[in-house]
Design a protein around this ligand. Structure first.
Ligand SMILES: N[C@@H](CCC(=O)N[C@@H](CS)C(=O)NCC(=O)O)C(=O)O
Length: 197
């Protein structure tokens, strides 16, 4: 039995969406980042975390990839060229999307006020726009890696949603339409519906 820990409006969205895509039974504890509830499971207070039985796993991408590997879906098999390319895409998204959004969040509300540097935000927005254009130019099929949905699709769409919420500039039509096609998936809608805030 799986228990996913983390509010829908956090990187836990990625894990919840993966669980829904895989059609797995799970419990959801919508603990906020740094909350006492989150610290009960992960002492750092970071979300998401996943309990697989008694085993606690952390980090959204590690958890998504674990579930995909374990259940043999939404991923190329480990040790294949396709998987190396898929992992390269996942890690590129972490560098070029997630890290930029996280830096913007840190300088907006995560850091204590005295550590926030508002002047960094225009450069982060410009860098994100450049990365979004690069991703848009790579889209060839219905999914990032071709005909099959894989881990980086979920990661990219979550980051694009996060960018909208953070007030970043809209992405181009190609990328916007591509993201919309993934937002129409039942598993995405079921994940969104969990958010009652
Ligand atoms: N790389 C980690 C980052 C997790 C993370 O920083 N989560 C945020 C919420 S989206 C959090 O818990 N922040 C609280 C903190 O950093 O203290 C992941 O993808 O799971």
């Amino acid at each position: 039995m799986y228990t996913a820990i983390g509010a829908v409006k956090s990187r836990a969205f990625r894990v919840l969406w993966m669980l829904e895509e895989l059609g797995l039974d799970f419990e959801h504890i919508p603990a906020g980042p740094r909350s006492d509830e989150a610290r009960k499971y992960n002492p750092t207070g970071k979300v998401p975390a996943l309990l697989d039985g008694d085993e606690l796993l952390t980090d959204s991408v590690a958890i998504m990839q674990y579930l995909a590997d374990k259940h043999g879906a939404l991923t190329a098999p480990a040790g294949t060229i396709d998987r190396a390319r898929q992992d390269a895409m996942t890690l590129w998204l972490i560098d070029e999307f997630d890290a930029i959004l996280w830096a913007a969040a840190k300088h907006s509300f995560v850091f204590p006020e005295e550590m926030r540097v508002a002047e960094i935000k225009p450069s982060l927005k410009a860098e994100f726009a450049r990365s979004a254009a690069a991703l848009s130019a790579r889209i060839k099929g219905p999914f990032l890696m071709g005909d099959q949905i894989t881990v980086p699709d979920l990661l990219a769409v979550h980051c694009l949603n996060w960018a909208i919420g953070a007030g970043f500039d809209p992405v181009d039509e190609t990328l916007g339409k591509w993201a919309d096609s993934l937002r129409k998936r039942d598993a995405f809608k079921a994940t969104r519906a969990r958010d009652t805030t």
